[in-house]
Design a protein around this ligand. Structure first.
Ligand SMILES: *[C@@H]1O[C@H](CO)[C@@H](O)[C@H](O)[C@H]1NC(C)=O
Length: 238
């Protein structure tokens, strides 16, 4: 992916609202691009709930049904987001003077795959593919089953914001595991030249159960104890 823009800075500002009985954490994340493009994400309690669409002149929410109280906030949220354009301009001009050819910040995601419940043959489950600690917040997930692309039953969850300026996102796949099936999740992010893939398959038919494992470990420890006891007993001077 060739980016004609260079991302320089992210600003996080906290806006407090006293409307709710419980305090929510509202944050605006401004991304200022060298091309002049500005992107504003609105985070509520760490989740990216909305972004400012400057061409539509409004804040667009990722969730379909909004409570009335939030609708009132929409206009104000857009006004705040709009002010970031001016803010970006002034910061960019300062930044350009300070460091010509500043390097774009990029963090490749850490990817992991796991099932919602302990998997059993023929029992419906969900696979999660977690991409964590990446920046900028733009990422693609693709799922395969035995090498063939899967799109049915896939849903990408919202972006979440890690406090230190990186993002996290989960893609979920509803599936029914069968022995021998291999599922794979592949993550594309601009900070990584190759897609990052993780695979998952049903573990071989039940081997050592946790109880049996505990018993064996206890037995080994117990034997070691007896042996070292015997060793020191024999070494004791008469
Ligand atoms: C994600 O996919 C879209 C559409 O295929 C593509 O335009 C975009 O560059 C991809 N993003 C990343 C980060 O690879």
């Amino acid at each position: 992916m060739t980016l004609a823009v260079i991302l320089l800075l992210v600003f996080t500002g906290a806006v407090c609202t006293s409307a709710a009985t419980t305090a929510h954490d509202f944050r605006y994340v401004y991304e200022c691009y060298e091309s002049g493009e500005v992107r504003v994400d609105i985070l509520v309690d760490g989740d990216v709930l909305a972004y400012a669409d400057f061409s539509r002149k409004e804040v667009v929410f990722w969730i379909p049904h909004l409570p009335e109280s939030v609708k009132d906030l929409k206009k104000r949220a857009y006004e705040i987001a709009k002010s970031s354009i001016i803010h970006c301009r002034s910061v960019m001009s300062k930044a350009k003077k300070a460091s010509a050819g500043a390097i774009m910040r990029q963090d490749a995601p850490d990817v992991s795959i796991y099932s919602r419940y302990e998997a059993a043959d023929g029992v419906a489950n969900t696979l999660f593919c977690l991409a964590d600690n990446f920046y900028p917040p733009s990422i693609n997930f693709t799922w395969t089953k035995n090498g063939a692309a899967v799109s049915c039953g896939v849903s990408d969850l919202r972006y979440s914001h890690n406090g230190e300026g990186t993002f996290r996102r989960i893609s979920a796949l509803s599936f029914t595991p069968r022995e021998g099936d291999v599922y794979s999740c592949s993550v594309e992010h601009q900070a990584s030249t190759r897609p990052l893939a993780r695979s998952w398959e049903l573990k071989e038919s039940p081997g050592l159960s946790p109880a049996a494992g505990f018993f064996s470990v206890s037995l080994v420890l117990c034997l070691l104890g007896i042996m070292s006891g015997a060793f020191f007993f024999n070494k004791q001077p008469n």
